[in-house]
Ligand binder design. Structure first.
Ligand SMILES: Nc1ncnc2c1ncn2[C@@H]1O[C@H](COP(=O)(O)OP(=O)(O)OP(=O)(O)O)[C@@H](O)[C@H]1O
Length: 261
């Protein structure tokens, strides 16, 4: 479905854009329907940049990303709008995705204007309620509320519901669990598992190995923009081949052991 093929990203940096920084180098992986692929690496390893390229928020320097065989960099105008029907992203800080002066459910109204302008009011309301139901949000708890009146977990679900109103095939979930407390985390993880069971492909960006191991089918380990190891998640976690993966796994604190001072 979504194929990332030898993709690189070079940013121009410095006051005049004369310096270059290779953030991603020759990264390849596929996401199939109902599959979760984790991108795991330390801060600065290029995870978000890959998510942004998939979402067409950053240009691709070399290589290709295709959705169902079509090179996504060819999309313009209507074609790009249509691409976003199928591929959507949710990011780490849900508060930054909302304008604090508007009610949170305005994101639905904006989507209606862009994609469903001819749909009748009742049909639209029905569709929104179904999306809220899918993310286990009670409409009464979130409709007509300002972002500050909602929790991070509620806002995150609202954004996932917004993505579900479109006919998405791929969700880029960039550190969406990190800012949530432990009980909300498990709720959002279970929600992703349900969406996966319904056939959604998920690119799960995280620096947290435990989260990656919990949710994903395939794992891509990134170090300084380079893919050092990739494979079935169970294989990567039980028998890591690359020294960097071994080092990452060895540095995870174990809950069954006390800290040795
Ligand atoms: N717009 C940009 N212009 C220039 N350099 C950038 C830009 N965005 C990211 N970078 C650089 O590219 C590299 C990869 O950044 P990226 O945000 O993709 O990493 P990451 O693995 O997602 O990190 P984190 O976990 O901290 O979000 C970093 O060195 C970063 O400073």
């Amino acid at each position: 479905m979504l194929t990332v093929d030898r993709v690189s990203k070079v940013y121009r940096t410095g006051a005049f854009g004369t310096n270059q920084l290779t953030a991603v180098q020759d990264v390849s992986f596929d996401i199939n329907p109902g599959e979760v692929v984790s991108l795991i690496g330390e801060s600065g390893s290029g995870k978000t940049t890959i998510g942004k390229m998939v979402l067409r928020l950053a240009s691709i320097t070399s290589g290709t990303i295709t959705l169902d065989g079509v090179d996504i960099s060819t999309y313009r105008g209507r074609g790009l709008k249509n691409y976003y029907r199928h591929v959507q992203g949710v990011f780490q800080d849900p508060f930054s995705s909302f304008n604090p002066i508007f009610k949170a459910d305005r994101v639905f109204a904006m989507l209606k204007g862009q994609y469903f302008s001819s749909m009748g009011r009742d049909a639209w309301q029905h569709k929104v309620e179904a999306a809220l139901d899918a993310v286990r949000l009670d409409p009464a708890a979130v409709v007509n509320k300002y972002p500050h009146q909602l929790s991070g977990g509620q806002l995150q679900r609202l954004l996932i519901a917004r993505a579900l109103l479109l006919d998405i095939k791929v969700l880029v979930a960039d550190e969406i669990i990190s800012m949530l407390d432990a009980s909300t985390r498990i709720d959002v993880l279970n929600l992703l598992a349900e969406l996966k069971a319904d056939g959604l492909g998920i690119l799960f960006v995280t620096h947290d190995l435990a989260l990656g191991n919990y949710i994903s089918d395939k794992t891509v380990i990134l170090q300084k923009g380079v893919m050092v190891e990739t494979g079935e998640t169970t294989a990567v976690f039980t028998d890591p081949q690359h020294p960097y993966t071994q080092q990452l796994l060895a540095s995870v604190p174990r809950l069954d052991r006390r800290w040795q001072k």
